[in-house]
Ligand binder design. Structure first.
Ligand SMILES: [Zn+2]
Length: 109
């Protein structure tokens, strides 16, 4: 069973859920975004498929459908690294970006 956590706006409305999946031996976070936010996480922690808008991989701003607050989804370090490598970014540059992201992830917890 994948690791699942609710993703909420600053006012505590559940806007989606965060799923940790294994991809090629690495763990990566994905956001499953709900069509409508829910005021309560318990009733909607496992919504119908019709209520799910899609899976978000890259960085995205999402507006809460209840209060209008904008929440920014940040992809995990592994995803960013893959995107940068794919774009042909210089290795030194990738290292700097990854280091900055790791520090930000730590300050989140
Ligand atoms: Zn909200």
């Amino acid at each position: 069973m994948p690791d699942v956590k609710p993703w909420k706006c600053v006012n505590g409305h559940t806007m989606g859920r965060v799923i940790v999946v294994k991809r090629g031996g690495n763990k990566t976070r994905q956001l499953e975004l709900y069509r409508f936010a829910s005021p309560d996480e318990k009733t909607k922690s496992y919504p119908d498929e019709s209520e799910v808008m899609g899976l978000i991989d890259g960085m995205t701003d999402v507006r809460c459908s209840i209060c209008g607050e904008i929440q920014t989804w940040l992809p995990d370090v592994g995803t960013v690294q893959r995107l940068l490598q794919h774009a042909g970014v210089d290795k030194k540059m990738i290292r700097l970006v990854i280091k900055a992201l790791r520090e930000e992830e730590k300050s989140d917890q």
